[in-house]
Design a protein around this ligand. Structure first.
Ligand code: CAO
Length: 542
């Protein structure tokens, strides 16, 4: 056994903060296990162990500022494994600022006029690794005007991510590197047309004039390991600039297709740890991700935050609680349930004649008889005849729960938002009862008088936009129900009765169903059955 000291490697100059100590005294570490995470204002990197061994002592604490050569810890190692070596651990894909392979320094800033331009190819600098490193972001596009220090590309290995800055200001004229390339020292990144003083032009051969090697090339300053890629991302590139996470965590998140912004860091200074990524993935699998309903929690790319005021005057109003709740429910249903919607036109001419004939009686009873009670009744009969529609999938996806009761919700538009009161035991109620109860519930909804119990227990929902207009729409299922019916505006249309076209009152209806629970054939049969009942309401008695 031998005792070895591990020191801060050469990080390319300057001091950095220790933001995480990944080991404790007594830990047994393997070679390349992370010992520390260091961070400057632009960079973050993990320092791997150069040797396998047992941690005997640790000389650093989180929050300390360190520089190259500072002692990290002592390791007890197998004597055969290494000869005593007091030198700092090798920088992990960190730039070797003072090595012989140091890239050419960035040219001096362009002096004052007279000004000319020259094209130069920017090359990958020495990033401290002889292996190729993945290009994970290209931060510029042809035509972009960049300043010296602006990021051109972001490179990432499993231990470090680093941005390659532009060595000078100018306009990007060509991009050679693309996402997915493996970048090595000297590889071409992009061509830049830089502004230079006339006196300086002769020192930098423009591509168009130069004989072979045709183009003047310039390697930028050493790449900077970074937790915050490109400050100037191209339009298609997502910037994670505000997120604290080490490169290994970034890589892991990317492998899962996660945006770092979706994660909550539990490490020091809210740093995102590997465990946070793993926990998030577990929660996602269980459907427990907070905010998924508003678009921020699913693994889908989030919708960009746009400052609309840049395009004109705006007025921002807070959403009502009900609106937010509805938005969350709609989104949850939309992303969780595979919706299929089918459409039909139902001939309700006879129903309408019958309804018109009841107008006086309805007035005497003090109720308004709209098509809605007929739709409720027809839905109840169809649900009875097709129990698959009067069911819910159990949350674990293992069972179908068939309901022996028929409670139907009606979507009601209110000033505060959409609510869905539920009419219980629709199958047992008369048209008059249904007319009275739907009007009463709608009225209560509009006056915010509904009790929670009056909005629970629905088996199926009807959303009627009939009084408003439209020829059809795709309603979103009110999960865990498995289907919803949409009703649009009645229209008189020519109908071919076998010998001639006759004017008929046609009601456009749609049916969205959860394809996990219901097959297309089932839906076709259910909807045809319902259409027949509406077309000939005597069928409601059968
Ligand atoms: N085609 C043509 N006219 C229709 C119709 C249809 N499909 N459905 C209803 N009408 C008529 C009614 O007969 C009534 O006419 P009269 O005043 O001449 O008698 C008029 O439209 C108004 O009806 P109503 O809206 O007061 O009553 P209703 O029973 O049809 O609907 C309710 C009640 C609560 C469902 C409705 O007021 C409502 O809020 N609809 C909106 C639902 C909604 O927002 N859905 C969208 C959900 S997804 O965002």
């Amino acid at each position: 056994m031998a005792k070895e000291t591990v020191k801060i490697p050469d990080l390319g100059g300057g001091s950095v903060d220790v933001i995480e100590v990944c080991v404790a005294v007594g830990d047994v570490v393997a070679k390349d296990d992370s010992l520390l995470v260091l961070e400057s204002d632009k960079a973050s990197m993990e320092i791997p162990s150069p040797l396998a061994g047992k941690v005997l002592s640790i000389s650093l604490k989180e929050g300390e500022t360190v520089e190259a050569g500072d002692l990290i810890l002592e390791l007890e190692v197998d004597g055969a494994e290494v000869e005593a070596d007091d030198s700092p651990a090798p920088a992990v894909e960190a730039p070797q600022a003072e090595s012989e392979s140091e890239p050419a320094p960035a040219p001096a800033p362009a002096p004052a006029a007279p000004v000319s331009s020259a094209r130069e190819m920017i090359l990958v600098p020495d990033v401290g690794s002889s292996d190729g490193i993945d290009v994970i972001e290209v931060c510029v596009a042809v035509g972009d005007v960049v300043s010296e220090g602006d990021s051109l590309v972001v490179l990432e290995s499993d231990k470090a991510s680093m941005e390659v800055p532009s060595p000078f200001s100018g306009t990007i004229t060509k991009i050679v590197m693309k996402v997915g390339d493996s970048a090595k020292l000297g590889a071409e990144i992009a061509e830049i047309e830089r502004e230079v003083a006339a006196a300086a032009v002769s020192e930098v051969k423009p591509a168009v004039e130069a004989p072979a090697p045709a183009k003047a090339t310039t390697a930028p300053a050493p790449a900077t390991p970074t937790a915050a890629p490109a400050a100037k991302p191209a339009a298609t590139v997502t910037s994670h600039a505000d997120v604290y996470a080490g490169p290994a965590v970034r890589k892991l998140a990317r492998e899962f297709g996660l945006e770092l912004e979706q994660l909550t860091g539990t490490g020091p200074r809210s740093r995102i740890l590997k465990e946070d990524v793993q926990q998030y993935v577990k929660d996602l699998a269980k459907g427990n991700v907070k905010g998924a309903a508003t678009g921020g929690g699913s693994a889908l790319p989030s919708i960009p935050d746009v400052d609309f005021s840049q395009f004109g005057e705006i007025d921002t109003q807070p959403l009502t609680k009900l609106h937010k709740l509805t938005a969350a429910n709609m989104h949850r249903s939309w992303v969780n349930l595979p919706h299929v919607t089918q459409f039909d036109d139902v001939d309700i001419s006879e129903l309408e004649d019958f309804r018109a004939g009841l107008k006086r009686e309805a007035e005497q009873r003090g109720v308004k008889l709209t098509p809605l009670p007929f739709l409720l009744k027809a839905a109840a009969v169809a649900l009875q005849a097709h129990p698959k529609f009067n069911a819910s999938l159990s949350a674990d996806g293992e069972n179908m729960v068939y309901k022996k009761y028929i409670h139907i919700g009606i979507a009601v538009d209110t000033p505060a938002g959409l609510v869905v009161p539920v009419i219980r035991d629709v199958d047992k109620k008369s048209l008059w009862d249904l007319a009275a109860e739907s009007a009463e519930l709608a009225n209560k909804a509009k006056n915010r008088k509904l009790k929670p119990a009056e909005m629970q227990g629905g088996c199926f929902t009807i959303s009627s936009l009939g009084s408003i207009g439209g020829t059809g729409f795709t309603p979103i299922i009110n999960a865990p129900e498995v289907a919803i019916m949409g009703v649009s505006k009645l229209a008189i249309k020519p109908y071919w009765n076998g010998t001639e076209f006759v004017p008929r009152k046609m009601l456009p209806v749609s049916l969205s169903y959860d394809h996990r629970a219901i097959n297309g054939v089932d839906a076709g049969q259910f909807f045809t059955f319902m259409g027949m009942a509406l077309a000939d309401i005597r069928r409601l008695l059968l």
